[in-house]
Write a protein that binds this ligand. Structure first.
Ligand SMILES: [Zn+2]
Ligand SMILES: [Zn+2]
Length: 250
């Protein structure tokens, strides 16, 4: 009898670990190496491939520069309403796959880790550590319903925690369901997202310094539209924090 209970326990354990293996496959989603017990979804070797941007950057797009007092050539050609942007890493294959898993496969833990990495850069940067509120770039409510979550909120949460600032996803709303930006030219992108965002509770935005959080900045049209809405809603300063950017030349 004892043996059969032991056997049952062993079977249950193995079913349990099979379920866990199903929920957390024991292979890295990026390189297919077997994961260690402590690793989830992505292995440490793949995390280590993320090239964190240090040193001077362009205040307008976050690309590495020799000095960080002036805008890069691309940014000096266009107007922006936010003061400063901090980007964690150049957009490459590794970060593209991690963000895809976060966005479409509900891998929230990846968002938490990216958000923490971004928080370290923000804490070390005197231009980003004096904000009052952390606000994720919102999704339109119909897209939020489809996806079930806003990936930028997952990124914003650890940032708010590490900077000891409130994360508010109820102050800025996306009022227009915009077309996907992927196939649009930079000018079309600006048009596509202009007027897409509105401040919902101006009383709580007025006089505040806001940090806007996004996953990927492509042309900057989305964060610019959010920033304008926040400033029109009474914010006195907007800085942007994003995980990645391809630093497109426009
Ligand atoms: Zn890996
Ligand atoms: Zn720039």
């Amino acid at each position: 009898m004892k043996r059969s209970i032991g056997y049952l326990k062993a079977v249950t354990r193995s079913i349990g670990s099979s379920i866990l293996d199903f929920v957390y496959p024991p292979y890295c989603s990026l390189c297919n190496r077997r994961l260690d017990d402590m690793e989830r979804v992505v292995c440490e070797r793949c995390w280590g491939k993320i090239r964190i941007i240090n040193g001077p950057t362009c205040p307008g797009c976050g690309r590495p520069m020799k000095e960080d007092t002036q805008d890069c050539q691309e940014c000096s050609k266009k107007r922006r309403s936010f003061r400063y942007v901090r980007v964690l890493t150049p957009f490459d294959h590794t970060v593209q796959k991690i963000i895809h898993l976060l966005k479409y496969n509900r891998k929230r833990s990846l968002g938490t880790r990216l958000g923490r990495m971004l928080a370290v850069s923000l804490l070390h940067d005197s231009r980003t550590n004096d904000v009052d509120l952390v606000v994720p770039v919102p999704l339109h409510k119909s897209r939020l319903r489809e996806r079930g979550y806003n990936q930028s909120y997952f990124l914003a949460q650890p940032i708010g925690k590490d900077l000891s600032k409130p994360v508010r996803d109820d102050l800025l709303v996306r009022v227009k369901r915009t077309r996907s930006q992927t196939d649009l030219s930079p000018t079309e992108r600006v048009k596509n997202v202009s007027e897409a965002f509105k401040v919902k509770r101006p009383d709580e935005v007025r006089g505040r310094k806001v940090m806007l959080v996004d996953d990927v900045i492509t042309t900057g049209a989305t964060v610019e539209a959010c920033s304008r809405a926040l400033l029109e809603g009474g914010a006195i300063d907007v800085v942007v924090a994003a995980v990645a950017s391809p630093f497109e030349t426009l």
